[in-house]
Design a protein around this ligand. Structure first.
Ligand SMILES: Cc1cc2nc3c(=O)[nH]c(=O)nc-3n(C[C@H](O)[C@H](O)[C@H](O)COP(=O)(O)O)c2cc1C
Length: 219
């Protein structure tokens, strides 16, 4: 499939089949993802993929941390309060998600339960964490974003769906402990992935994009 075809086929998917991705396909995808460009070719990405019993164990630890009521303490500055059009678009994406799930905006409890699914990895058979050395800061984060998009498109090419998740960087402590991630390395964000459950209503969520003139100036 062409790249523009893959881009149109990729959506964030938040319900998965109980069917792991074969190891040889995983290895192929992550081998190809190494071709992502990065500033000065530093390749800052250190990815941790968790599956099976390990993934379930980590899920329990994460849910426990979130439910304990502790405040998020991300390794990087991931606490932006969106303003203006960004806030409007943030509301737009939340509305698209919650309305596909039949959740009213006013139903805080149902929204919290839906939000919690982030840390159960939406029941995906695999989850991963994008980590990089903390000192790299914004320069590393740019490279990591490019890598993440490369990965989602490669997965799409193999019929694998995913959801990138800032939520997976919000409570880094249990993840760091469990995966033995050194202190100098930070967890930027994560991703749940696997084969989409096409029947799940949440997977009907679709977001919109601004018209071209709102994002590009041709001179
Ligand atoms: C860096 C990043 C972090 C995200 N974090 C979350 C998240 O924590 N939970 C979630 O459900 N979706 C998350 N998303 C998915 C976005 O909400 C989604 O990409 C956006 O609404 C556009 O929808 P689409 O991916 O279906 O095109 C994230 C996406 C990106 C790129």
């Amino acid at each position: 499939m062409s790249l523009s075809g893959l881009l149109k086929k990729r959506f964030s998917i938040r319900a998965f089949l109980d069917k792991p991705v074969p190891e040889e396909i995983l290895k192929r995808i992550f081998t190809d993802a190494r071709l992502s460009p990065s500033n000065c070719n530093v390749q800052p990405w250190q990815i941790y993929v968790v599956s099976g019993a390990k993934k379930n164990e980590l899920k329990d630890k994460l849910v426990q941390a979130v439910m304990s009521g502790q405040a998020p303490n991300p390794d990087f500055n991931w606490k932006v309060s969106y303003k203006g059009v960004h806030r409007d678009r943030q509301f737009g994406s939340a509305n698209a998600l919650y309305s596909s799930m039949g959740i009213e905006r006013s139903d805080k409890q149902a929204r919290m339960v839906a939000m919690l699914q982030n840390w159960t990895f939406f029941n995906a058979p695999h989850a991963l964490f994008f980590t990089m050395e903390k000192y790299l800061d914004i320069m590393g984060a740019v490279d990591m974003g490019i890598y993440a998009q490369t990965l989602t498109l490669l997965m799409t090419e193999h019929g694998i769906s995913s959801c990138l998740q800032g939520a997976l960087g919000q409570f880094p402590d249990p993840v760091r402990d469990f995966l033995n991630i050194p202190e100098e390395r930070g967890i930027l964000f994560g991703m749940s992935f696997g084969y989409a459950d096409e029947k799940a209503v949440v997977n009907a969520t679709r977001t919109e994009r601004e018209p071209l003139e709102n994002s590009v100036v041709f001179l």
